[in-house]
Design a protein around this ligand. Sequence first.
Ligand code: ZN
Ligand code: FE
Length: 252
Amino acid sequence: MAPSPAAPLQIEAVPVLDDNYVFLLSRGSEAVLVDPAVAPPLIERLEQRQLQLVAVLQTHHHHDHIGGTPELQRRWPRCRVVAAAADRSRIPFQTDPVADGDRLSLLGEPITVLAVPGHTRAHVAYHLPNSGDLFVGDTMFVAGCGRLFEGTPEQLWQALQRLTALPPDTRIWCAHEYSAANLRWAVEQVPAADPLRVALDQRLQQVEQLRRQGQPSVPSTVAAERATNLFVRSSSPAALAELRRHKDHWRG
Ligand code: ZN
Ligand code: FE
């Protein structure tokens, strides 16, 4: 059965490993996975729901994002694997190399590729403008951002600005559940009298409540991150670098 544009696009966050999320997108009988860290729980879920895996989207080459892909390709040999052309050597099983600005269509949804280097030098994000969904990998988290492993503070700062220039109601799907720790750190950086502190405290309470209920704290939104993400709100690459250094050494 071909995916019908009338059927709603469904997205769910599947928790795997310690704190990773794999995103399962489906419409009709077809599915797409974003950053499958592992294969077995996803194969099981797709088979239970009789979904055909048509594509994997990879944001970057770290093992906790690509680890399950080869096994998924063996189970669904026609599955496409979309990844940065610049990471061909580190994601050798890619079938559809992409670069900044490329457009593709999966599950009847147009998808735009955004180059967002910083965490790694070839990191990409995937934006679904029609549904208003954005898959950011490890570039940004709820109230946080990825560590600067390969890129410069300038690159990461630009990447965060670019992602949060998208429409305010865009849903941001981050690849790790780091929200509560990020918010506890952020609260310590802001004086109690600052109105931003009230917003951070509220956000931390919301996140803790979701986690107590066993719910993921993702997706976030562009509006929420513009309001409470200190990295997004940093005024310059140098300010972002300073925050990143501080957070790298913070032990909550
Ligand atoms: Zn990573
Ligand atoms: Fe990761």
